[in-house]
Design a protein around this ligand. Structure first.
Ligand SMILES: [Ca+2]
Length: 158
């Protein structure tokens, strides 16, 4: 019986001299109490990426993730390429602050463009912040990933 895992409820029952019905009520309450964990999502903190870069991976710095009642479990980097939908980058860090190394998916020249970034934070008991979704929204920070091999040779034939 779950009441054995919650001595306070068992003692309360004995002091009250309750009959079977209250006992069942207490056991029921005990079950709820034992199974209950905090359900408050963490806060996401802030995210910073370079305004523009031609180098990959792109370093995206996160900080300030927090959870009042538990602890930050991990922070996930989510991204959306302009014109596409939000997706998890595959990057996850078991810390409240640090760096992600984001490699734009695909290959040149298709992977060049504007990337929006956001985070999803999960606390140590599994509460998560809302993941971005759909093909709109600019997240917390934006990077334009551009082609750097733009050195071209021009031949002038006279
Ligand atoms: Ca929490």
């Amino acid at each position: 019986m779950k009441i054995s895992t919650n001595g306070r409820l068992a003692v309360s029952f004995l002091l009250m001299g309750a009959t079977t019905a209250p006992l069942l009520a207490l056991v029921s309450a005990g079950d709820s109490a034992v199974g209950m964990v905090e359900t408050v999502s963490p806060t996401t903190g802030s995210l910073l990426a370079p305004l523009e870069t031609g180098d990959a991976p792109i370093t995206v710095t996160f900080s300030g993730a927090a959870d009042d009642d538990s602890a930050v479990g991990h922070v996930e980097l989510w991204y959306r390429k302009e014109g596409e939908s939000w997706a998890w980058s595959g990057e996850s860090e078991d810390a409240a602050a640090g760096d992600f190394e984001f490699t734009p998916p695909g290959s040149a020249p298709g992977f060049y463009g504007v990337y929006y970034f956001d985070v999803v934070v999960e606390d140590s008991v599994g509460n998560r912040t809302t993941a971005p979704s759909g093909s709109t929204g600019e997240g917390q920070t934006t990077t334009e990933f551009f082609e750097t091999s733009s050195v071209e040779e021009w031949w002038i034939v006279l």
